[in-house]
Design a protein around this ligand. Sequence first.
Ligand SMILES: O=C(O)CCC(=O)C(=O)O
Ligand SMILES: [Fe+2]
Length: 377
Amino acid sequence: MSSTEPCMDDVQTVCQQIKPRQTTTDLSSATPPRHMASPPSSPGQPSGTCSEDAIPVVDLAVLVNGDAGERSQAVQHLGRACQDWGFFMVTNHGVPEALQSALMDACSELFSLPPEQKQEHMDAGPMDPVRVGTGFNSAVDGARYWRDYVKMFAHPELHCPAKPDSLRGVAAEYAARTRGLLLELTAAISESLGLHVGRIAERLDLGSCFQILVGNHYPPCAADSDDDDGAIGLPAHSDHGLLTLLFQNGVDGLQVKHHGRWLLAKPLPGSFFVIAGDQLEIVSNGRYKGVLHRALVDRAQARMSCVSLLGPCLDAVVEPGPELAVPPLGLEFRGVKYRDYMEHQQSNKLNEKGALDLVRVQRHIHTTDTLCSSSIY
Ligand SMILES: O=C(O)CCC(=O)C(=O)O
Ligand SMILES: [Fe+2]
């Protein structure tokens, strides 16, 4: 980021500059429908239910330790959650709450450091292993979004800002714990597709998986805007990876698009949100969708979220398994190297599912716009 580009300390200033909204569709004052999770399952019952208006809940303890019958029901439930929502909560996941708090505290401390202590990472590009910035990609979107972030590549190798001192140890442990959890979910998702438990891991070379940790900070913003995106922390997008795990600081703001409506996600205590990403949509041949989601900014309180995203090996060419082809349509996506996909999505303005559309097989429409011709297989 050059010195003329916005930095995190400009966020409040930019927020104060937003003009009053003229329209009646005032995003920041609109109250989206609130959606609670379905009630947690009682012992011995399959994990959660999946009704029209309740975010599905997946009990990891049943997936990992349940007997064959319980596990099989939990796998089916997980499959329906991926198919109907692309979004669910996971409970009994075993990641200590103290570790989650320690990560959030370390990220919070980083955001409060004086700019000179973060400068080195504020010049970073989308494929640099540590990146600190404002908005989504200030090179293409300026400081339009009320978000500060820190992104750290966590696997195959952990990269981390030197300050605060506590960050490296906490990030290493959090990355390892959440990677294990995400790999368990991936195995169960593989089964839910009728594939061998290790099939997705094998296709995406998850032994060398990519993982990134992201800390998001959304300063409060009470101002309205005449731009629909004005009071948004992150605009509508799907994630570039396979699965994203997210927890927040008790301030709501994450919305998911479900059956054409934006729903505010309210977590069950102690749960994580899990967001299906574009690579899951590709590898499942479109059976499971990378869900559109966005982050709203609270008018009075700072919101924070911590993300752990699991992706394929950066050098894996991701394409749908041939066993998931549905005649006569066949495969819905062309193969794409994950590194190229991620670089494309991170280097451009966030445009809903625009990156995925570039690798979708066009059946009737011809387009000359491709992700990067050399990366399509
Ligand atoms: O902060 C949130 O709730 C959403 C964050 C998010 O979607 C992301 O980091 O990709
Ligand atoms: Fe996201």
